[in-house]
Design a protein. Structure first.
Length: 487
């Protein structure tokens, strides 16, 4: 991508962690070679190839969406293109996508030394935003590969899906070994999780402290028992039934077990993903107090902050962990306002209509799990967050600075000299209604259908290049794969 110099005038720059920018005054942003060179009032426009007038709109650092799933339901090449367009539409300039062997994604097992090059090849030249990978060690061979994944591919973050050992992606399952495509002599269970932690801790000691482990915390045995109970009783339907089948205390129990294993193995960098309920956050905070030597980070999704089992639009809102009751939504906001949440993500997983729904479109247990939402991450958090009193500088931390720092994306996360010129202009007064038909995603529906938004992304720059303006994604895909360093 050709790097041309750019001057953005009259932008009200929001800086993460800087309360003085909660009511920002207009300044100018100078960009040279795709990197921010100066930020200040009345910069000279001489020598710039392009001058853009921000007209007093808010300027946020590009969103670092640390939780996406490219290629889970669509072929990876196609998904990379369409879903990165949705990212650009919503101000996401860097997406970190989860990958694993097994069913879905590339539908294959085997070593990551063979798997990752194919992933990168399929993504190459197709992404409209920068991107990186999290990987899940599913087998003993994968644990042994952790050092080479760091050195050869710049992957420094890993994942455990705690419920996969005995529960399916969409509900009960009797074929987990086939689903995970692991050797018949291995099990994906608590012992494996412990050995993953030991492998990652060994890598941290060798390479550096930016190596971290993320966990999807739900308990398979609890979910299986409650799914049988909910189906047998038949009193609940829809999203409320699915939430009851994967109850909040299942999250809390898994968080407690994972936290003790982190303590046992000496693994200090733990990321607790998509906490969906009051009980989940309560357990996470209790564990942080019990094990102060473990650096826990707590994540929530924009879906769990905006929608509940009653307001989400239909069964398209099925996701893991489930959307919850309104009381849980309000609890998540209280914890966010208290500074107890570290970042907000989309958990974007495009699942098209014909894949999402079974033959019986009213059967929540037949529907697939997951939905897209990167388009609504920043506008949703700005609009709802401002109404609830979340400072703008805090929103910039939650969407950009904090995940960039945790995951080793040192050139991302702020509008300041030396950082990549990933800049999002936001109109905090715009009112609009979510319609799936307006999304760049390949997904034909959204659980946010009909939701009122109170902020809108108007322009997006990736390393100084316009990738979104005038309501449209711009140009060709120029997103880069980001190799990360562990120290």
């Amino acid at each position: 991508m050709a790097a041309t110099d750019l001057l953005i005038r009259n932008a009200r720059v929001v800086r993460p962690g800087d309360p003085s920018t909660d009511q920002p005054e207009p300044v100018d942003i100078a960009v040279s070679g795709g990197v921010i060179s100066r930020v200040g009032p009345d910069l000279s426009g001489a020598g710039f190839d392009r001058v853009v007038d921000a007209q007093g709109l808010l300027a946020f650092p590009g969103v670092v969406d640390a939780h996406q799933h490219w290629g889970i339901y669509q072929e990876l090449s196609a998904d990379t293109e369409s879903e990165s367009r949705a990212c650009a539409q919503g101000g996401v300039t860097t997406a970190i996508t989860y990958m694993r062997t097994g069913r879905y994604y590339l539908n294959r097992g085997g070593a990551y030394r063979d798997f990752v090059p194919e992933v990168l090849d399929r993504m190459s030249g197709r992404a409209f935003v920068d991107h990186a990978l999290h990987l899940a060690p599913m087998t003993a061979e994968h644990i042994a590969e952790i050092p080479s994944l760091i050195e050869d591919f710049g992957v420094t973050s890993f994942k455990i899906f705690m419920f996969y050992g005995g529960h399916g992606l969409h509900g009960r399952s009797a074929d987990q070994a086939d689903f995970l495509m692991i050797p018949p002599t291995e099990r994906y269970d608590l012992a494996h999780f412990e050995f993953v932690m030991r492998g990652i801790q060994s890598a941290r000691a060798r390479f550096g402290n930016r190596v971290s482990l993320s966990l999807h915390c739900e308990t398979a045995e609890i979910m299986t028992a409650y799914t049988e109970m909910v189906e047998r009783e038949g009193a609940l339907t829809g999203l409320r039934a699915y939430s009851a089948s994967r109850p909040p205390h299942s999250e809390g129990l898994a968080i407690s077990m994972a936290s003790y294993l982190a303590h046992e193995t000496g693994l200090a960098n733990i990321n607790l993903l998509h906490l969906s309920s009051a009980k989940a956050v309560e357990a996470a905070l209790i564990m942080a107090g019990a094990f102060p030597h473990v650096d826990f980070r707590r994540e929530v999704t924009i879906g769990h902050l905006l929608a509940d089992v009653d307001t989400a639009h239909g069964l398209g809102g099925k996701v893991n962990p489930p959307l919850r009751e309104r009381a849980d939504v309000e609890a998540l906001w209280r914890h966010l306002l208290a500074g107890e949440i570290d970042w907000v993500v989309s958990d974007h997983a495009c699942c098209r209509d014909e894949q999402k729904f079974g033959v019986d479109r009213d059967d929540i247990f037949a529907a697939k799990s997951g939905f897209g939402g990167a388009e609504y991450l920043l506008p949703g958090l700005v609009g709802e967050g401002m109404k609830r009193g979340v400072p703008l500088s805090r929103i910039a931390e939650l969407t950009s600075w904090n995940p960039a720092q945790r995951y080793g994306l040192t050139g991302k996360g702020s509008i300041a000299p030396g950082f990549d010129a990933d800049i999002v202009l936001v109109d905090p007064t715009a009112e609009w209604t979510v319609r799936a038909a307006d999304s760049e995603s390949a997904q034909e529906y959204t659980p946010f259908e009909g939701f009122s938004m109170n902020a809108r992304v108007t322009e997006v720059f990736l390393r100084g290049q316009h990738i979104y303006r005038d309501g449209k994604v711009q140009g060709d895909p120029h997103g880069r794969y980001l190799r990360r360093t562990p120290a």
